[in-house]
Design a protein around this ligand. Structure first.
Ligand code: 3EB
Length: 338
């Protein structure tokens, strides 16, 4: 497989973790344009001139951090009642927030969110999905006989099959994690040019999962690769202790973390092959988020990560629920090489 090139070179999405208290100063001192700020169980005291996604996913340790997306190229902001978008002619970052009310089930909410997102992407001219993050509360709760995560998968699948060209091979990397509270929140990255979406040989493609996991399969790729003259970038999906399609090591947080890291390493190998060069050897920056279901298993999960190649990277530990009850940990990341 040859990775296709993302043409514009100066319009890359820069991402970093910044201490919340330093954020106003960091943005004021930088010549870069903010595109999105994500917070974790925090509300910012200052207003930021771009979409802000406040997630009720409490940070487990360290000073409160924000995930900040910026770019060098000037940004245009688009905002309507359903959607906030920052775009620069090459890619956009968007965020949506949908309150669920009594008569709207999670499948209907997901369907509406994805239809709205895909309509915006098409009308604004950024039809290629690069990365999606999905967050909603009570992810494992039953809603009228079906788990809310499975309802989410149903609505998402319905909208994507209606509107996304080349489904499922055009599906991007994604995360779906349960918040402590809040509406359905969807953040997305999309481009004017296509990216390359990857599978993991250790795992069945999620969009091919059998119906044991829900009436419609989860619509995402294991990773997405973008390449330009100056860099190669890998967006790694939320990755868990799943081999084939089965969850492994129920009840064992350390073993789940180790299995997850083996999955991540297998995706790296796929990405190196697709990119045609040494992503690890030329790595410039890597950011990870680790979603931990129970605070009781944090120490074991952290220890497993500190004994892995991830130990040297920026890692943020967040409290969140995972999409299968037996999963205790999930890891996502962005790796920039070149
Ligand atoms: C898995 O491998 C774990 O539904 O968008 C990870 C990343 C998972 C994204 C999604 C689900 C999603 O199936 C769960």
């Amino acid at each position: 497989m040859t990775a296709r090139r993302v043409s514009e070179t100066t319009a890359r999405p820069d991402v970093s973790y910044v201490e919340c208290t330093q954020l106003p100063l960091a943005l004021a001192e930088s010549s870069a344009h903010p595109m999105a700020v994500v917070t974790f169980g925090q509300t910012l005291s200052s207003t930021i001139p771009c979409p802000v996604i406040a997630l009720d996913l409490p940070q487990i340790d360290g000073p409160p951090m924000a995930e900040v997306w910026t770019c060098e190229k000037p940004v245009q902001l688009h905002s309507d009642p359903d959607c906030s978008i920052a775009m620069n002619g090459t890619f956009l970052i968007g965020s949506m927030s949908l309150d669920e009310n009594a008569d709207r089930s999670m499948d209907a909410a997901a369907y509406k969110a994805y239809k709205t997102m895909l309509h915006r992407l098409q009308s604004l001219g950024y039809p290629y999905l690069w990365r999606i993050w999905n967050y909603f509360s009570r992810i494992n709760d039953d809603q009228d006989g079906l788990e809310r995560y499975q309802r989410f998968c149903l609505g998402r699948h319905h909208a994507l099959t209606e509107m996304l060209a080349d489904f499922p091979s055009s599906l991007p990397a994604a995360t779906a994690v349960g918040t402590k509270s809040g509406p359905l929140q969807v953040m997305f990255l999309a481009g004017t040019q296509p990216a390359t979406h990857l599978g993991n040989p250790r795992q069945l493609n999620a969009y091919d999962y059998p119906q044991d996991y829900g009436p419609r399969s989860p619509s995402f790729a294991r990773a997405t690769l973008t390449q330009s003259e100056e860099e190669c970038r890998l967006y790694l999906s939320g990755t868990a202790s799943v081999v084939g399609h089965a969850s492994r090591h129920a009840g064992l947080p350390r073993a789940q973390t180790e299995e997850t890291i083996r999955n991540i390493q297998a995706v790296f190998e796929q990405a190196q092959h697709a990119a045609g060069f040494d992503l690890i050897g030329t790595q410039r920056q890597a950011l990870y988020k680790v979603y931990v279901r129970d605070s009781a298993s944090h120490a074991e999960i952290q220890d497993a990560i500190m004994n892995s190649p991830l130990a040297r990277e920026h890692v943020l530990f967040l409290h969140g629920d995972l999409c299968r009850k037996e999963l205790l940990v999930e890891i996502e990341g962005v790796v920039i090489s070149g």
